[in-house]
Design a protein around this ligand. Structure first.
Ligand code: SF4
Length: 267
């Protein structure tokens, strides 16, 4: 059933100047053309005026007027600024917990979880009893649920720590066979570990077993340098000297003990 449109009280419809004066009282010089009047009730109507404030493009002054009954003069109920169809509006408000994105958390920030966060489950409900005992030993109230593990695994596997990362595609071998690969504990152990090679780009990060990089422990094994000879095998000539010219008229050449020549610098 279609509700019939309310008839506008003709006295209220004619109270344009009363409504404009009320709007001007709020924002002198910023009230523009009269746009329309609508009926809110039998003796209640709202007049709309354009706003001339450049900061509120597309907004409209809405002045509601009313009167008690047919014999009364109209009065002003309220004056507000309302957005029109083409008004410039701020984006819809989103709770901060939904606005956060990976990487937004900074030093000192806190990111609480909700009690029913689907990524977490009470530890005693863990589907891996060994993990449950392990986690209980750490004293944590909740640990990753099955959903939480799957979400993390899919995210990691599809990203930089996964096998499709450019560095992994060019790697000589996978992390699974690398000596720097430290498997994770718990349900993600089969697929992920941490890289412990300080020269690898992923040092200290989670990597998939089929990720990889050029710093793989077995990629290139450098040949050992030959060791230096023992000290007592050095040959030290403590007797011969080289004469490079001097006041005694010797020709340059080697002399030995017993020669009358003295080394340079001796008196
Ligand atoms: S050094 Fe490279 S191959 Fe080895 S665990 Fe780290 S990322 Fe994987």
């Amino acid at each position: 059933m279609v509700t019939p449109a309310l008839a506008i009280d003709p006295t209220l419809a004619g109270a344009v100047e009363l409504a404009r004066a009320a709007a001007e009282a709020e924002a002198a010089g910023l009230v523009g053309d009269h746009l329309e009047v609508t009926a809110d009730d039998e003796h209640v109507a709202t007049h709309f005026f354009a706003t001339l404030d450049p900061a509120y493009r597309g907004w409209r002054w809405a002045v509601t007027v009313s009167r008690f009954d047919e014999g009364d003069q109209p009065g002003v109920d309220e004056v507000v600024l309302l957005p029109g169809d083409d008004a410039l509006l701020a984006p819809a408000w989103v709770p901060w917990s939904e606005r956060l994105r990976p990487g937004d958390l900074g030093v000192g920030d806190l990111l609480p979880t909700t009690a029913d966060d689907p990524r977490l489950a009470p530890t005693f409900l863990s589907d891996d009893i060994d993990d449950a005992f392990y986690e209980l030993g750490l004293g944590r109230v909740r640990t990753l649920s099955y959903d939480g593990r799957v979400e993390a695994a899919e995210r990691w596997y599809a990203g930089e720590p996964g096998p499709e990362a450019p560095i992994a595609r060019a790697a000589p071998a996978a992390c699974a066979t690398c000596g720097f690969f430290v498997p994770l504990a718990g349900g993600l152990r089969q697929a992920f570990g941490a890289c412990a090679n300080e020269f690898a780009p992923d040092d200290g990060r989670v990597v998939a077993v089929d990720h990889g990089c050029g710093a793989h422990s077995e990629a290139i094994v450098l040949p050992a340098s030959p060791p230096p000879p023992p000290v007592d095998e050095y040959t030290i000539d403590e007797y011969g000297i080289d004469v490079v010219g001097g006041p005694l008229g010797h020709e340059p050449g080697s002399v030995s003990d017993g020669d009358t020549a003295e080394p340079l610098g001796h008196s």
